[in-house]
Design a protein. Structure first.
Length: 350
């Protein structure tokens, strides 16, 4: 199972750490999408650093420590493409101004043997980069993409976990005008449970305007082709501000689910204000319920440069017991027309 991360003992999890701006609105794909969509709106008219600048309050110390070198300069939207617990392949969206007139070159791949030092690599596949699928049985993998023009979440299947073919099936209906319309469906993450069913956690904007995480489930007998909404707002009440954005989950080898989200407050959004705190949750029943784990990382923890925002966090477990975050950080940049630039940073469990 390519999405299941093996080799991290439960005691390591318990001892060491105890699946731009407004980017909760979209995870990816429209009908014929690029691998990673531009989700960062243009800068507002008020420049960062003005008298209107305020910050989201940070309560306490973070459990993860930022590495002292950035992963990608002028890059955002990190996506985990493949990992075996040692090496790691990430996709990201290049934010370089040199690509302004070459959008086809925006999606880049990088590879690392240790999760810290990366080199750029070519995409050898004819397909755009996608996250790994889930292994339904020995000869069947499924992968899911949100295609609002088609009526919701669509599936594709593979017999080897590498090459996928569209199934032409809507597995979960979600009505939206485009891939950035999160009124019903936004950023999502999925994994297998111990019964052979598939759990999908996704963002939605509720009637109160809060960003919540809902849970849908595909029973084992459906082989991942029919999801039913099981529960809404599964993290309700765990944080002061009800913005539970950018969910991303991994399955530990003992069956524990580790879920991360990005939280923002009602303070002005970046770059007018400073926002973005990554929190962790664990589940011992494959996502039916979650317990709050703690504050993993905040914008205050990035000392490489002045940081306005953290977005799009991804989490990876390594065989040595380390959990590592990969996060897009909005940083001050005087040479940029907007007054900021995006970089990707990494932080590890302490």
């Amino acid at each position: 199972m390519k999405y299941l991360l093996w080799g991290i003992p439960a005691l390591i999890l318990a001892g060491i750490i105890g699946i731009g701006l407004g980017t909760w609105y979209a995870n990816s794909q429209a009908d014929e999408p690029a691998a990673i969509e531009t989700k960062i709106p243009p800068a507002p008219e008020v420049e960062p650093g003005s008298s209107e600048e305020t910050a989201q309050e940070v309560d306490g110390e973070s459990l993860f420590k930022v590495h002292d070198e950035i992963v990608v300069d002028w890059g955002s939207n990190p996506m985990v493409i493949d990992t075996d617990g040692e090496s790691l392949t990430l996709a990201y969206e290049s934010r370089s101004t040199q690509l302004k007139f070459a959008p086809q070159d925006k999606v880049k791949l990088i590879y690392s043997e240790d999760g810290v030092t990366f080199e750029e690599i070519e995409n050898e596949s004819t397909e755009p980069p996608r996250p790994p699928g889930v292994q339904i049985r020995e000869d069947l993998w499924r992968r899911y993409t949100f295609q609002p023009g088609s009526g919701g979440v669509m599936s594709s299947s593979s017999i080897d976990g590498e090459t996928y073919v569209d199934d032409g099936v809507i597995v979960f209906e979600a009505h939206a005008e485009d891939a950035s319309d999160a009124r019903e469906f936004g950023v999502y993450t999925y994994f297998m449970d111990d019964q052979g069913g598939v759990v999908m956690l996704f963002n939605k904007t509720d009637e109160a305007g809060d960003i919540v995480v809902d849970r849908a489930y595909a029973e084992p007998e459906s082989e991942g082709l029919a999801f039913t909404l099981m529960e809404e707002d599964i993290l309700a009440g765990t944080l002061e501000h009800a913005i539970y954005a950018d969910p991303n989950a991994i399955v530990m080898n003992d069956g524990t689910i580790f879920l991360i989200i990005m939280n923002q407050s009602e303070a002005p959004k970046p770059p007018l204000g400073k926002q973005g705190i990554i929190h962790g949750y664990t589940s011992d029943n494959y996502g039916e319920t979650f317990e709050y784990y703690g504050q993993l990382l905040s914008y205050e923890d990035v000392h490489l440069m002045e940081t306005f925002s953290l977005n799009d966090p991804k989490i990876v477990a390594f065989n040595d017991g380390t959990l590592r975050l990969y996060v897009a950080a909005m940083n001050a940049e005087e040479t940029s027309e907007t007054g900021y630039k995006w970089t990707i940073v990494t932080a590890e469990s302490q």
